[in-house]
Ligand binder design. Structure first.
Ligand code: FAD
Length: 291
């Protein structure tokens, strides 16, 4: 099913995310986790794409297995930073072969090993190209957005200009980078709508379940960490079970506040952790009853 149709149904949607293994040996464990997450009946599951240089083929394998054996709508990610037209065509061919109707079209982080290609400089170039193909006209395309601006952008205004270009290229919906303060998202939403960007925006929520995970996520994304979350990690950082519980509650509270304020689409960075996805779902199940 196309994600743009799912998002149009005027109801609260909840989606989860899994990442593929780097090596074939990890495939079974990944599929097991992905199936458990799919069994929670999210509106869709996204499957990330390894950074340039890692084994990207497992994205399609995981997504097609999930869709074709559980009936769950899937959103495979794809990055163009190290891609040529041939590799993009190869990816689109593989998605089409597996009857996948969605793609998250990304640029990806600039690789340090010089493997960057120059054919698709920005996600908008990739989206425009996908839309120029017959298969690309029939599918739903998502893109990334950054409430606190992309780290490479010199200003929020510049970032928004490029975001508008991404939408004009044919992007159907956006998912945000993680944020830990909902005010950041509300402020972003106001600025985005003011720019005339009216596609659905999925609020990306990352449940923090370990001190290391917070450090890594913040280092990669530059996301601001509010004092309330810092205090949780300081207090429970050495007690994994307590931090996991607190992280699930923190993320659940963010989601409750978002839904209470009229936000309808929530994407949880569940990171192959069915117990975390389930914990969140349990905390908000009554609020999702009308799904
Ligand atoms: P773009 O939209 O191309 O933006 C990148 C930068 O270029 C921004 O600063 C933007 O303002 C600027 N820019 C855009 N267009 C122009 C233009 N025409 N001229 C000048 N500057 C321009 N990474 C992975 O490797 N795998 C994943 O699966 C993955 N999934 C993600 C999912 C989400 C929801 C998000 C938010 C990020 C994800 N990422 C993933 C990370 C992402 O690849 C990086 O953040 C990357 O640095 C930017 O990708 P993008 O698609 O946002 O790029």
């Amino acid at each position: 099913m196309k994600i743009r149709d799912i998002l149009q149904q005027n109801q609260v949607t909840l989606s989860f995310e899994v990442f593929p293994p780097k090596k074939e040996e990890g495939l079974l464990a990944t599929l097991e986790a992905a199936h458990k997450i799919a069994a929670l009946h999210p509106n869709f599951v996204s499957v990330t794409y390894g950074a340039a240089g890692t084994a990207p083929r497992f994205t399609v394998e995981v997504a097609s297995d999930l869709q074709n054996s559980t009936g769950t709508a899937v959103l495979p990610h794809f990055t163009c930073v190290a891609s040529t037209k041939e590799t993009v065509d190869e990816m689109l061919g593989a998605l089409q072969k597996h009857h996948i109707e969605n793609i998250m079209a990304l640029r990806g982080d600039i690789p340090q090993d010089g493997s960057q290609q120059k054919e698709f400089l920005h996600a908008s170039d990739l989206i425009r190209y996908i839309r120029s193909t017959e298969y690309g006209q029939a599918i739903s395309i998502g893109g990334a957005c950054y409430p606190e601006k992309h780290p490479e952008s010199s200003s929020k205004e510049e970032d928004l200009r490029h975001l508008k270009d991404k939408i004009d290229a044919g992007c159907d919906f956006l998912t945000t980078q993680m944020f830990f303060s909902n005010e950041t998202f509300y402020n972003f939403l106001y600025r985005v709508r003011d720019k005339g960007i009216d596609v659905p925006i999925l609020a990306g929520i990352m449940p923090i379940t370990s001190r290391k995970q917070l450090g890594r996520s913040v280092q990669l994304s530059g996301t601001n960490v509010p004092d309330s979350l810092k205090a949780i990690v300081d207090r429970f950082g050495d007690d994994p079970a307590a931090l996991k519980q607190a992280g699930i509650i923190y993320a659940s509270n963010q989601i409750i506040d978002l839904i209470a304020n009229g936000v309808t689409h929530i994407h949880v960075y569940s990171m192959n952790k069915p117990d975390v996805a389930e914990g969140i779902l349990r905390n908000i199940s009554e609020m999702l009853r009308q799904r």
